[in-house]
Design a protein around this ligand. Sequence first.
Ligand code: OSB
Ligand code: MG
Length: 367
Amino acid sequence: MKLEGIELRRIAMPLVAPFRTSFGTQTTKDALLLRAVTADGEGWGECVSAAEPLYSSEYTDASADVLRRFFVPAVREVGGAKEVGPALARFHGHRMAKAALEMAVLDAELRARGMPLSRELGAVRDRVPCGVSVGIMDSIGELLDVVGGYLDAGYVRIKLKIEPGWDVEPVRAVRERFGDEVLLQVDANAAYSLGDARRLARLDAFDLLLIEQPLPEEDILGHADLAGLVETPICLDEAITSAKAAADAIRLGACRIVNIKAGRVGGYLEARRIHDVCQAHDVPVWCGGMVETGLGRAANVALAALPWFTLPGDTSGSDRFYSTDITEPFVLADGHLPVPSGPGLGVAPIPETLEAVTTSTEWIGLR
Ligand code: OSB
Ligand code: MG
């Protein structure tokens, strides 16, 4: 495989409804797509960084900048996706940009080989059960309406975003309305401190699957301490930046469950290594989401089909966020999404739809 160049493409897509988390409210998706062009065809990557550095230190303009200045030139000679990570290893951070570049090269390579991403990663399922991430609402009544709609749509697991002041009461209300059978979990996006342990322990009464990332990204030991103060399993998201970070967090007792997001950890190949590390330690994993378009969604569904993804992921249907996706939409059937079976991602942007949401393009030639 020889890379001829990478196209960077910025797109803007409205969300069907504002998505509020403890770190902010998102109303549009301002995304960066990569198109890897090779002599044998092309491949697509999606960078999951957001417009502002609120979830992590990365943000879209910075991802585009580091790609054009450093990462794309550094992969000029790579012969395949496996070489992308090593070629970028000397550069610190910017894992979302690294992941997007690796994804584009991987898609191009697999398409050329006629190999589906799911099979390349080691998937064992042809469909995956789907959960949905539910934002913070203005009222409990509104929350119950939204959760009821998702349950009617077939979602098999509900994740409630929480923050101080929006935690015990919404969880109680959802349990009271929809019953104890619903698989339910919460995600704090680092909004708490160890001093909130007694508050978080009140969630133990509601039989939650997990509490996701209650404390700041760097606070591994804090999570280990918190794990001794609450019964609900702690799951880490932001803190798990690599397979090594996952192994360390597990050894320190900071988490009993891991959320795997390929973008956060530098790519789908590192995501698979985290899957393997967690399986070796008997720590369940599930596939997180970053409000992806159909491109990232396709790759997430492929990843979620690996054997140790034993909990439903944030692999919701396209219509969770978008009225029109840039690929054929992912549509829930009986609470599941089908794993694409075509080569590479198995999906590609629909040219007219992509054009309609594109705000700029830039070609970085390598020959
Ligand atoms: O913490 O899991 C998170 C979305 C954006 C940034 C961070 C997170 C999320 C989600 C998942 O909750 C949303 C999705 O389904 O893509
Ligand atoms: Mg999270």
